[in-house]
Design a protein around this ligand. Structure first.
Ligand SMILES: CC(C)(COP(=O)(O)OP(=O)(O)OC[C@H]1O[C@@H](n2cnc3c(N)ncnc32)[C@H](O)[C@@H]1OP(=O)(O)O)[C@@H](O)C(=O)NCCC(=O)NCCS
Length: 172
């Protein structure tokens, strides 16, 4: 897989929050039906809110960096549910690879790193939600060991339009 050698998976120091912001806002703008949050909400976040995502214990954000230019081209996060009974599982979310870097195994590499970080923190299983119409995402999750365990009808409603989602899980 020669392409993957161009990517490095990195954790961002909070000083790099502006790069995180730019990538996340690009994701929200390009894919309004994919993410829970709205572009219009997050564009108003303060610097400290962005930094909190990078530093708080309940999140583990990792980024794909293109080694040729040292810029961020993708991201994803594990999010822990509150409560001691849920520390063995985390939700995979905020997954985004810039369009021109897709189908080069960036997501696959990112997921592997997130899983390793998760395992070190005691995670035994991941869950995630995917829009049923999001063929790329569903395919990428399935080809990386996730299984569909739920069909959620009308799970998202955006501008009056409903979207069905899958609930997926993967045991590590
Ligand atoms: C979904 C997404 C993260 C996949 O990232 P990626 O880096 O292109 O994925 P990978 O290169 O690691 O793909 C791994 C496998 O997933 C499947 N896959 C990925 N994209 C696919 C597509 N467009 N169509 C069909 N299968 C696809 C393939 O099996 C692929 O392996 P292959 O290229 O050897 O055939 C990317 O398309 C993306 O950012 N989409 C927009 C945001 C989004 O949907 N996020 C997920 C929210 S749930």
């Amino acid at each position: 897989m020669p392409e993957t050698s161009n990517f490095q998976i990195v954790k961002l120091q909070p000083e790099r929050w502006q790069e995180f912001r730019a990538l996340r806002l690009e994701a929200l703008k390009l894919h309004p039906q994919t993410f829970v949050s709205l572009f219009e909400e997050e564009v108003e976040f303060s610097p400290s809110q962005w930094q909190d995502f990078l530093t708080q214990d309940k999140y583990e954000y990792l980024f794909v960096q293109d080694n040729r230019q040292n810029n961020l081209v993708g991201m994803g996060a594990l999010v822990w549910h509150p409560g001691k009974k849920y520390t063995h599982m985390a939700e995979l979310g905020s997954v985004f690879i810039k369009a021109e870097f897709r189908r080069q195994k960036a997501f696959t590499q990112l997921l592997h790193s997130l899983e390793e970080v998760g395992k070190k923190r005691g995670v035994e299983k991941l869950i995630s939600y995917c829009g049923k119409r999001n063929i790329a995402s569903v395919s990428a999750y399935l080809s990386n060991g996730f299984e569909i365990v739920g069909n959620l009808s009308k799970q998202m409603k955006n501008n009056g339009e409903y979207f069905d989602e899958y609930l997926l899980e993967k045991f590590l």
